[in-house]
Design a protein around this ligand. Structure first.
Ligand code: HEM
Length: 347
């Protein structure tokens, strides 16, 4: 054993020194063949007979018997065995030592080695294979990979590309963000206090503000009149349904132009106005007028139909001033009458 190891070491050093690494494997094969021959010689010396020539036995039997007897056919006498690599230049061919490298291996390992594909060295078109004696079989092709190849990545992604944004779809940002920004805290710009959110007036003053207190404040930034608290349109609606006498008269009457002219709302006098033949006491409505008390006073003591229609023809004054109706307009020739019968005749 010690001798075999020393021979191996000497052979390896010789091979490394005289041959490139590409020929190591072929030399290793030759070494195995030499070992096989040495075993065969030993077996022949021991047995001196073989059952039948290799060529006359079935291949399976030859292989089986070769393994069983641990005596494969020699290189010269069995061309069907594993092809043997031969150095191209016989002058530099090393002396093949007669030893075995796998003497310690079990028979199972030999079986596994037999099932392995032939070594890839020397290459099929190499000089070692070309110079070898007639090979008995072609080298088996390399085993095909059994693993499935990874799917090819598609050149184009299956996801839909993002839509293109046309330049025309882009909206220009405002030049100054302060122009459109609405503060979330603090007083809102151009917005005054909420008008007329107080409770309805129920002190018997017909909704009129106390003396000396203006019912209509100055217009806000939007031009809207700021009504005093308790003088919203809803407050006026509640006042009309309260049953109070908002007309200032006990019964409907015939109103002549002279009478109308006297009720101009000045010097403590009531303000009357006529719209399409009907006379209304607008004094209670002055602090409730959304357009301001001053605007409504312009129609006091006269016919306000034209002014009314110029500003808000959509407003239904008959509903809004129903409780404030005084009577109907009559000519100066007709005597004023306070009887209901005469008013019903006019209707
Ligand atoms: C007695 C009859 C009148 C009644 C019942 C009445 C009622 C109203 C009502 C309900 C509004 C709010 C309309 C709205 O917000 O759409 C309003 C607004 C206004 N009224 Fe009268 N009005 C009367 C007579 C007049 C007269 C005679 C004038 C002018 C001479 C006038 C001038 C205005 C003005 C300027 C506004 C503000 C319009 C606005 O804010 O856009 N109103 N009025």
């Amino acid at each position: 054993m010690l001798l075999a190891a020393s021979i191996v070491a000497i052979s390896l050093s010789f091979l490394i020194y005289h041959h490139p690494p590409s020929t190591w494997l072929s030399l290793y094969t030759q070494a195995k063949d030499g070992a096989a021959r040495s075993r065969l010689d030993k077996s022949q010396r021991d047995q001196h007979d073989i059952a039948a020539p290799e060529e006359q036995r079935p291949i399976g039997l030859r292989d089986r018997q070769s393994r069983d007897t641990d005596a494969p056919a020699s290189f010269e006498s069995s061309p069907q065995t594993t092809p043997k690599a031969v150095p191209q230049d016989q002058r530099h061919a090393p002396t093949v030592p007669t030893f075995t490298l796998d003497a310690h291996q079990s028979s199972d390992e030999d079986d596994e080695e037999d099932n392995l594909p032939p070594p890839s060295f020397p290459a099929l078109n190499s000089a070692q294979r070309a110079g070898a004696p007639t090979p008995t079989f072609a080298m088996a092709p390399p085993p095909k990979p059994t693993l499935m190849a990874p799917p090819l990545k598609p050149a184009t992604s299956s996801l839909m590309p993002p839509p293109r944004v046309a330049a025309s779809n882009l909206r220009a940002l405002p030049a100054s963000s302060r122009s459109t920004r609405v503060p979330t805290t603090g007083p809102l710009p151009n917005r005054g206090p909420i008008p007329n959110r107080g409770p309805p007036v129920s002190n018997g003053s017909l909704g009129l503000p106390p003396s000396g207190q203006p019912a209509v404040k100055t217009p806000n930034a939007r031009g809207k009149v700021l009504l005093s608290p308790g003088h919203s349109p809803l407050d006026w609606a509640h006042l009309q349904k309260s049953g109070k006498n908002l007309s200032g008269v006990d019964t409907l009457m015939r109103v002549t132009p002279a009478m109308l002219k006297e009720k101009n709302g000045r010097k403590g006098k009531p303000a009357w106005s006529t719209y399409q033949g009907k006379v209304y006491n607008i004094s209670p409505y002055l602090p409730f007028h959304p357009g301001g008390e001053g605007e409504l006073r312009r129609a006091a003591g006269k016919d306000g139909t034209k002014l009314f229609m110029e500003v808000h023809p959509w407003v239904n004054w008959e509903n809004m001033l129903g409780e404030c109706m005084v009577g109907i307009m009559v000519s100066d020739e007709q005597p004023p009458s306070t009887t209901s019968g005469s008013l019903e005749e006019m209707d």
